[in-house]
Write a protein that binds this ligand. Structure first.
Ligand code: GP9
Ligand code: MN
Length: 616
């Protein structure tokens, strides 16, 4: 029998209470969407859809409580309230730092998310309290205004549920209509949140996280073949530098958080990187190379350099896929009798390095426990670079030759802390403290590299070695970029933001004349470039990279969120710009977008399907 809903003047029923709660969170979400995130709204027509996007999922989330007993109902109501608000505020804080949205895998690797921990308080603002205002109003309404003992009719439940479902479907439908590659290009998280709203985005991300583990068991050898064909087609012509460093040791120096703008730049009349500026004169300096890492930061740069595959769109591939088969630089160099090592002063578990290095074929990983680390010789994340290089040089001396070794620095890491005695340059005086300190830690890193070179010369290791120095990823996140623009005298703009993602790449071969290579490229191109110099043909070496000396300018430099730069164009957050004029030219990017989707999809297929196991 249908029991009618009782309602009395001045009192509200539980369905209305839920609608009030949903409306409050909806309004808060709209504020956060427009004021907290930078969703790059390009036309007024997008606005109503963005406003509508969160409502359907909120209705459904709170609607669960209708189907339970009177005692469970309030519990579910408040659970829904906590879930929605935690997602909203969590997203806001994460976005303020990373200009990105949290993904499921990143939640499982929070230990490795450098930066957010020490600075969470700094990311909060007193205005954020307004986001919790309903926490005080709702209990008051519940206590004084709600009508006890009401039962929601089936019809009302049905209408409520139908409204939720229709609104979610409408949002998804419009999203797909406006951008047919919405789900295929789900790595564009700004685009996802703009189209689906934050709650639908999180639901999709969660579902994706639940489904991807099955990709490996479903993959077959037939899936691997087209990928192989695509990668084979990437072999470029040989240059006269092919084999210029044949048989030499390879030392890679991963320069933590080092961006290209510091090169040949002075602050208060002092060079930030005097040693590197000098080294460039006698090296190949690639002045137009971009950071292509994603949420795996340093580990993503290592992954690209060793495997020539793109990192994953969410989380770190080091953490998620250490059991896969890879065909990495240590594997290839093993065929030429190289001994491969990594040196890093942090714990061996950070970024799951100890497991991943096995999969990548390293012979030895020297981590924190192989170093004399004391309170005096450490700062921030661990052992200071000068001391790290000092002890590393002694270990390098003992290695069988030829060797391939990556030395991962650490001191120039957010929040860029340094003791007075280690400051070789004064802080900058921009309005952003993080940037001011960054200058001093980069200068310290430069000094450490200078000392390492001297040490290796003294030990007789320099002559027979090729040095590859690269910035692993940005150090100054978008939130603090204003300080850099102040130094550079540039405007804050999407195109300028993308150009700040350039990292220095310097390849030094003792005795070889220096040259500036200004072709655009990315970290993924480092692997084939090293192989080229070592005289190892890259055909069948299964990589998405190109040799930087003759890289085709028409091939886009692809970023993990689907953005790219190509031949005078910058595509960022779904908008296509002419890089020089910053004019918006959507049609010009379309042919490149296709290549970008294809490469990212193939790379993901290889990793999720563990396809390289079929090609052994
Ligand atoms: C930690 C170091 C820094 O071991 O690699 O990590 P990051 O936060 O730059 O990825
Ligand atoms: Mn790093």
């Amino acid at each position: 029998m249908k029991i009618p809903q009782v309602s009395a003047a001045g009192k509200i029923t539980s369905i209305r209470l839920v609608i009030i709660a949903v409306t409050a969170i909806w309004i808060k979400t709209i504020f956060v969407l427009f004021l907290g995130f930078d969703l790059k709204i390009t036309s007024a027509a997008e606005v109503p859809f963005i406003i509508l996007s969160p409502i359907g999922s909120l209705l459904l989330l709170f609607g669960f409580s209708f189907y339970f007993t009177k005692t469970v109902k309030p519990l579910l109501f408040w659970t829904a309230w906590i879930v929605a608000n935690a997602l909203l505020y969590g997203d806001l804080l994460y976005y303020r730092f990373y200009t990105d949205f949290v993904t499921l895998p990143i939640l499982f690797q929070f230990d490795n998310v450098g930066g957010l921990g020490p600075s969470t308080l700094e990311l909060m603002s007193p205005w954020d309290l307004l986001l919790f205002i309903d926490l005080f109003i709702l209990p008051w309404i519940m206590k004084t205004r709600t009508k006890k003992g009401t039962v929601i009719t089936k019809k009302k439940k049905g209408l409520y549920g139908a409204a939720g479902v229709v609104l979610v479907l409408f949002t998804v439908g419009i999203g797909l209509f406006r951008s047919p590659y919405l789900f295929a290009a789900s790595y564009d998280r700004d685009g996802m949140v703009k189209a689906l709203g934050p709650y639908n985005y999180h639901l999709y991300d969660f579902a994706l996280g639940a489904v991807t583990p099955f990709s490996r068991s479903l993959a077959t050898k037939a899936d691997a073949l087209p990928t192989l064909d695509y990668l084979k087609s990437k072999e470029g012509a040989l240059t006269d530098l092919f084999g210029a460093a044949r048989g030499k040791n390879v030392i890679l120096i991963s320069m933590e958080s080092t961006q290209n703008f510091v090169i040949n730049r002075e602050i208060n009349g002092e060079e930030i990187t005097p040693f590197l500026n000098g080294l460039i004169e006698d090296s190949f300096y690639f002045s137009n190379v971009y950071d292509q890492t994603a949420q795996g930061k340093t580990s993503d740069s290592e992954f690209m350099i060793d495997t020539g595959l793109y990192p994953l769109a969410s989380g770190s591939v080091f953490v998620q896929k250490p059991e896969n088969t890879y065909y990495s630089l240590p594997h290839i160099l093993k065929e030429k009798d190289y001994y491969s090592t990594v040196f890093h002063g942090n714990e061996r578990t950070f970024w799951n390095r100890e497991n991943m290095y096995n999969a990548l074929g390293y012979d030895r990983f020297y981590s924190e426990r192989d170093y004399k680390v004391t309170e005096e010789n450490s700062v921030n994340y661990g052992i200071k670079d000068i001391e790290f290089f000092n002890q590393t040089a002694e270990k390098l001396e003992e290695l069988p030759q030829p060797f391939y070794s990556r030395l991962i620095t650490l001191t120039n890491h957010f929040p860029f802390l340094l003791e007075e005695e280690d400051k070789y340059i004064q802080e900058a005086d921009t309005k952003v403290d993080v940037v001011n300190r960054y200058i001093t830690t980069v200068r310290y890193e430069d000094e450490a590299i200078k000392k390492l070179f001297q040490d290796l010369k003294d030990k007789g290791l320099y002559e027979n070695t090729i040095f590859v120095l690269y910035g692993d990823h940005y150090g100054i996140s978008e939130k603090f970029e204003e300080g850099i623009f102040e130094i550079l005298g540039k405007e804050v703009s999407p195109v300028n933001h993308v150009s700040l993602q350039q990292v220095p790449l310097i390849i030094h071969i003792p005795g070889q004349e220096g040259k500036v290579v200004s072709r655009a490229g990315g970290e993924i191109d480092i692997r084939p470039t090293i192989l080229h110099l070592l005289g190892i043909k890259t055909e069948n070496k299964l990589s998405f990279g190109h040799v930087l000396f003759n890289r085709n300018e028409d091939h886009p430099v692809i970023f993990r969120d689907g953005s790219f730069v190509a031949k005078g164009l910058t595509f960022n957050d779904g908008v296509c710009y002419e890089s020089n004029s910053e004019a918006i030219v959507p049609a010009k990017c379309i042919p490149y977008q296709e290549t970008v989707r294809q490469e990212l999809e193939l790379s993901d297929d290889i990793i999720y399907g563990d396809l390289l196991r079929f090609l052994k």
